[in-house]
Design a protein around this ligand. Structure first.
Ligand SMILES: NC(=O)c1ccc[n+]([C@@H]2O[C@H](COP(=O)([O-])OP(=O)(O)OC[C@H]3O[C@@H](n4cnc5c(N)ncnc54)[C@H](O)[C@@H]3O)[C@@H](O)[C@H]2O)c1
Length: 334
């Protein structure tokens, strides 16, 4: 393949639109077709981005032979079917996080990708955030030694819980940190002990703690929550500290550097994940991830900076976290 990567997007909700914006702005990509069951989303894609082929049935999108890569950006629990059907139709797939909420489904995706000789790539975009990426570089370069203790916090605005309570917090938020923790530790997780709390008697916890012990002895404490008050105006309040045998790396994001003060108060927007700029480009780790994938496909090299093996193990760890929080005991991963 060379030239532009021809893209299809399945699922045009809030994050699917970010995929559309980011791909649309890339010189190395062309969004050929999009699909959503909601016709209003398709009208928007056509009017705003000039997408010419819009479908409410993704099987019709997959019948097209002029698509190289499909982004699957549907609901968290609905990634399996579009992913395996896209692979079987000869497309590479970028499947959003969580790749699945079941390990068996993630294994099925890997199997079908192998059978059809296509890539299935997990949407773990924090590996493309220069700060998280540079921590990994520092670990690999021996600058802080082998990680001994890791603390990772992910806080989101309370209003988002109304939507994302449809999935357990571990698959929605903590899964990002599970992927980073596996990447940094360079080891499999041996056991987990987790606690969840809901302040609204919800089925899923607004506050989740998980302590991970890796096979190589590394410890990680992951803390995810939907408790940032909406009026605080802080889109993302994340934190990470990696203590190694020779040094420490850390950063904190609640002050992204940009603050907007006006009559409604103060907002601190995120500028690192995905923003649309006034000159019709985008910036952030989503863009970096898409550039990397398109570049690999164009050059015919394996996009192995992101690891589906790690993503499968991540789902396994997430499953164990749910079990541990529910059962109130440590879960050993076999
Ligand atoms: N990587 C990140 O940082 C990040 C950020 C946000 C969301 N996400 C992930 O992206 C995925 C989507 O999240 P969202 O916030 O956009 O959700 P959303 O509810 O806003 O959008 C999901 C869309 O999928 C569509 N859809 C569902 N089933 C479909 C089907 N069979 N065919 C076609 N369209 C279908 C829905 O109509 C909806 O428009 C989730 O897995 C979520 O975890 C990732």
């Amino acid at each position: 393949m060379s030239g532009k990567v021809r893209v299809g997007i399945i699922g045009l909700g809030s994050w699917g639109e970010c995929h559309l914006e980011a791909f649309h702005a890339l010189p190395h990509a062309e969004v050929v077709a999009v699909c959503d069951t909601r016709a209003d989303r398709l009208k928007h894609a056509e009017a705003e981005y000039g997408v010419r082929h819009c479908y409410t049935d993704y099987e019709q999108l997959l019948e097209r032979e002029d698509i190289d890569l499909v982004s699957v950006v549907t609901f968290e629990k609905m990634h399996l079917e579009p992913t395996v059907k896209a692979l079987r139709s000869g497309k590479h797939v970028l499947v959003e996080k969580p790749v699945s909420t079941r390990k068996s489904e993630a294994l099925e995706m890997r199997k079908v990708a192998g059978e059809y000789g296509r890539y299935v790539l997990p949407g773990h975009l924090l590996r493309f955030d220069p700060r998280y990426a540079d921590m990994k570089r520092a670990i690999n370069a021996g600058e802080i030694g082998q990680p001994v203790s890791m603390y990772m916090k992910r806080s989101r605005e309370n209003k988002l819980f109304a939507t994302y309570r449809r999935t357990h917090t571990v698959y929605e938020l903590t899964i990002h940190d599970i992927d980073l923790a596996i990447w940094y530790a360079g080891s499999r997780v041996k056991s987990v002990r987790a606690h969840g709390r809901s302040v609204t008697n919800s089925d899923v916890p607004e506050v989740l703690w998980a302590c991970l012990e890796f096979e190589n002895g590394t410890l990680a404490h992951l803390h995810s929550n939907w408790m940032t008050p909406d009026k605080a105006g802080i889109a993302i309040a994340d934190q990470i500290e990696v203590i190694g045998s020779k040094g420490t790396a850390h950063f904190e994001t609640s002050n992204s550097g940009l603050q907007i003060w006006n009559g409604s108060g103060r907002t601190t927007p995120d500028t690192n994940i995905h923003i649309k700029t006034m000159h019709k480009q985008t910036a952030g780790s989503l863009r970096e991830q898409l550039i990397y994938i398109c570049d690999c496909l164009n050059r015919g090299i394996a996009p192995d900076y992101i690891s589906f093996e790690d993503a499968i193990h991540g789902v396994e760890v997430a499953d164990a976290i749910v079990q541990s929080a529910d059962a109130g005991k440590e879960i050993v991963i076999g």
